[in-house]
Ligand binder design. Structure first.
Ligand code: AP5
Length: 194
């Protein structure tokens, strides 16, 4: 518990297709953080074929948020099982609503910083439609992408506003190419002693 509470946690937030996963992979290479994606953890559960996985898949297929407790538990377990390797975590795709952030900070660890990738809806949509051709993801279709964007604006944007009040948000425009965006990410990473 104490080890968990003293870990460094960067919440990585951005709309669907903003490049969270892509940039996290870059950070892992250069800074050795442990990357935990809530979406990947949920999709692993779906792949297991469990009843729980089927319930989760039905929600993700629609672009809605899965219940807080389900995702919080997955994140916490994944952090605990990686603690022997590192205590620096990129928490990608979580929190997606304010309550998730508050509960995480109370029950898991305080948020050190928030990395927010700011991208227009048009750019996110075209990236996801492109990826959808080969990703096999049930939510990379026009209807669900629209819903995911709505969910982001209505439920996740308030999380960013909340952490801005504490000066914890590093906002990066992620409209440009992957390498250009990573230049900005690096600038942020270099300002800290991890
Ligand atoms: P999740 O898996 O988190 O999906 P998402 O947020 O919609 O984001 P993506 O993983 O699709 O995109 P990304 O931002 O990582 O971008 P990527 O790097 O892949 O969540 C899926 C679902 O799970 C949710 O809808 C919800 O139902 C549920 N869920 C997850 N977390 C939850 C939570 N906390 N609470 C409740 N429910 C939760 O890039 C996308 C594409 O663009 C790639 O092809 C990439 O190559 C390309 N690309 C990236 N950057 C650039 C760039 N700069 N220029 C050009 N192309 C780029």
């Amino acid at each position: 518990e104490a080890a968990l509470k003293s870990s460094k946690v960067i919440f990585v937030i951005g709309g669907p297709g903003s490049g969270k996963g892509t940039q996290c992979a870059n950070i892992v290479k250069d800074y050795g953080f442990c990357h935990l994606s809530s979406g990947d953890l949920l999709r692993d559960e779906v792949k297991s074929g469990s009843e729980r996985g089927k319930r989760l898949n039905a929600i993700m297929e629609k672009g809605d948020l899965v219940p807080l407790e389900e995702v919080l538990q997955l994140m916490k377990n994944a952090m605990v099982s990686n603690l022997t390797k590192t205590n620096c975590f990129l928490v990608d795709g979580y929190p997606r609503e304010l309550e998730q952030g508050l509960k995480f900070e109370k029950e898991v660890a305080p948020c050190t910083n928030v990395l927010y990738f700011d991208v227009s809806d048009e750019t996110m949509t075209s990236r996801l439609l492109e990826r959808g051709k080969s990703s096999g993801r049930v939510d990379d279709n026009e209807v669900t992408i629209k819903k995911r964007l709505q969910t982001f604006h209505n439920q996740t944007k308030p999380v960013i506003d909340y952490y801005k009040r504490f000066g914890k948000v590093c906002q990066i425009s992620a409209e440009s190419g992957i390498d250009e965006v990573y230049v900005e990410v690096k600038k942020f990473m270099e300002t800290k002693q991890w």
